[in-house]
Design a protein around this ligand. Structure first.
Ligand code: FAD
Length: 295
């Protein structure tokens, strides 16, 4: 009976990994950097993320810090063009804010020495205040860092106005975390409209900073392209960011038109939460997976 459960669990795990590989850069740093090199050869920049989140043990926080140091060293050694993306909860933000700030600040400094940019991913609503506070604390001394802003959150408009006072580097996303009606827009339509509104603000008022448009929504991308044409001075600051394995033809089209394109490459053994977020967004894939399990 137990064996049967284990077999099923193992089977499901493998099936899910096999199915989700298209979004992942591999199990370890070498695989991720190897893939990143190919992305560079295709003309794109990379954004490498070591998977793992909601960490509460100090030892794991330290291991994560060391992993990113090795990652930066390997990226430098292999001449990778791009950046890294980290999550504050990987550095135990909820357990020890000061230590988390210290570690991320150190990482940004080291990345800067290697000429790599650091993005702060935005996680669930509960972490927004801490993430923005870490971002601004570091950005005041080192502008080699940017932060994601989620269009599904009602507060993001106010956050954005605050951030652009400092010419902040912003990655605009729809938002991958479920939040309550009280704090977040729920419908696809509202989220898209807010994304477009926030993007308008960035194009008109935040010219001196990086504006990353991180979506696969072709309607939004088309709108962004009209903005790029209207504000040609933004051309060097705008980048289109995509997940690995998604909308490859569109990436190529943008590259052919001389836009900067980046691919987000997550790697590591803690891939499950990332993959579950992708599946939640992709109902078709869930049906396919369930069908394969029943068969
Ligand atoms: P959707 O409406 O979900 O998708 C539009 C279309 O794109 C879909 O119809 C489909 O054709 C295609 N598509 C979308 N996703 C997939 C997929 N996985 N596989 C295949 N096709 C797909 N979220 C955060 O909350 N915080 C972050 O810090 C963050 N960083 C991100 C960084 C990058 C580079 C990207 C690309 C996304 C990031 N996200 C982040 C995730 C984001 O918030 C969305 O959850 C995710 O991008 C899906 O939304 P969408 O904008 O692509 O629009």
């Amino acid at each position: 009976m137990v064996m049967n459960y284990l077999n099923r669990h193992e089977f499901f795990h493998r099936l899910l990994y096999g199915f989700s590989k298209k979004w992942l850069g591999g199990y370890n740093l070498n695989e991720a950097v190897h893939y990143a090199k190919m992305v560079n050869l295709d003309g794109m920049f990379t954004i490498i993320n070591y998977l793992g989140e909601e960490i509460t043990e100090l030892e794991q926080v330290e291991r994560n810090f060391c992993e990113y140091l090795s990652l930066l060293t390997h990226m430098n050694y292999r001449n990778i063009y791009g950046s890294i993306s980290i999550k504050p909860t990987q550095f135990g933000v909820d357990v020890n804010y000061d230590l988390c700030l210290k570690m991320i600040r150190k990482l940004v400094e080291i990345a800067f020495q290697f000429n790599y940019f650091v993005w702060l991913d935005m996680e669930s609503f509960l972490h927004v205040d801490n993430t923005l506070s870490i971002y601004l604390d570091i950005f005041r001394y080192n502008t080699n860092v940017g932060v994601a802003i989620q269009a599904n959150l009602i507060r993001s408009r106010i956050d954005l106005f605050h951030l652009i006072e400092y010419d902040s580097n912003i990655r605009l996303v729809k938002g991958a975390y479920h939040n309550t009606r009280k704090v977040a827009y729920q419908s696809k339509k509202e989220i898209r409209t807010n994304f477009l509104n926030l993007m308008d603000i960035l194009f008109t008022e935040n010219h001196n900073a990086i504006l990353a448009i991180a979506t696969h929504d072709t309607h939004i991308i088309r709108y962004a392209l009209t903005k790029c044409e209207k504000y040609p001075e933004t051309i060097n600051n705008v980048e289109f960011q995509f997940l690995k394995g998604v909308k490859c033809a569109l990436k190529k089209q943008l590259l052919d038109n001389n836009y900067q394109v980046c691919e987000y490459i997550p790697y590591g053994r803690s891939w499950l939460p990332f993959v579950l977020r992708r599946l939640k967004e992709r109902k078709r894939e869930i049906i396919f997976l369930t069908a394969s399990m029943i068969r």
